[in-house]
Design a protein around this ligand. Sequence first.
Ligand code: HEM
Length: 468
Amino acid sequence: MGQQTSEIMILDEGQAPPGGITTPPRQEKWYDTFSYIGNPERFCAQNLAKYGPIFSTGVFGGKTIFVGASQANQMVFNGDSKYTEIALPDTTMEMFGEYSLFQRPELHRERKSALKPGLTGEILAGYLPRINQTIKDGLSQWTDAVKISLSPAVEKICFEVLVPLLLGVNLDDTNPQSFEGLPVSSSNQLKSLYKTYFDGFYGLSKWKSPLTAYGRGVKARAQLLEFMGAVIQRRRLSQEEINPKADFLSMMLVSQQQNPDGVFSDTLMENQCLLQLWASHYEVSALVSSLIYQLGKFPQILDKLRSEQAKVVGEVGNSYTFSSEELKQMVFLEAVIKETLRTNPPSSTASRRLTKSVVLDGVLYAKGCTIIAEPRLAHIMPEHFQQPEQFEPARFLPPRNEGRMYEFIPFGGGVHACLGVQMAMVITKIFANHVISLFDWQLTGEASFVQFPLKKIKNNYQISLQKI
Ligand code: HEM
């Protein structure tokens, strides 16, 4: 007999679904992948209007069921090892590699809990003074600019914040010694390798050649791993005592010293440095840029943020360092960031393949199909968010309290939920606090966005700045 998990019925092999069951509407179309990649937001909105929040597609080949309704999202997120497995396209899986958290399900829990301390809690709180300082230094370069290209300017600062926090290295282009022993000689070279790696993730061609994005991405991945290996070697040779709280790599190195047969082999550490910098840099930069853009669109929200900042910390001088406690008190800021994530979720969640057929709310999700819980559906459903087309941060605050679990899903959910939520929120809050206390800015018209694989404002979009 099939087991019943709350209202989800998991069917045994060969077991017929109960009578009266339907399948998700809509026929797969040969061009679904192109329509989705071209504009995931439009693809989701149009199909939601026509078929409702659960429908079949042919995205990424085979049958892929898109879901946005809360119960169905819950089903997608909580199936690991019971009725789902992570199933990204083959090329994407190769780019992640076997040390990522998306591979080797039997090692997932052990690896994720070993990595967590370096990105959360006490160690994350210890990063705050450096996050503050690097953002202030980065923003001081904005001072004299009349216009800046928003995305590249934000990406530059986020990269400078994340590299030392994750890898424990301070790469200084004015000091060649900071690159000693490393196979790159400038931050730009490292950034450009990351860009090539990133572009290779969703290359449609599986041909490994310098002529394809995928082929170039695979090569960049190998070069980045060589870089991470050199960073680890340099640390070992430096003879300095390693402080496990200093950065993510130090946490892993000390764990390895304490338990040489544990999770942290050198290969795993190299891969995790590679992946966490990838996972964080593009997502956080996309979020911060969208936030600055939204604040330019809604000056009354910017004013409210400034009032909240003044209420929590008083007068902010140029050298102010925002603490964890202060950030926690800024509930309106948190709501504005959430509303930015709701309206511009940087990415989709990971797709899962059904290893068993399941029935939920009278719908059959057949074994072998891929399922994706889509923020671009869940976040625009009036059942989840009143007047979803409006930018209204207050929806996340009492008395409305919208954005419940499985309805607000920019970071996914279940055992694969994003490991960097806290870090992403902390960096974004600190960035927002400094930027609003240092600058006024105006938009230069509507921004266009790159839509896939990550939603981000196009590089050529500019804002005008004035120092306050
Ligand atoms: C705005 C920032 C970010 C967004 C929107 C974001 C979004 C996501 C999403 C949608 C997933 C897939 C979850 C699922 O399918 O259930 C994910 C997974 C993950 N993210 Fe993030 N992320 C962000 C920042 C970060 C940062 C800062 C880090 C680390 C430094 C990070 C590390 C990870 C890891 C390790 C996973 C895989 C977790 C697992 O498989 O167990 N992310 N993220």
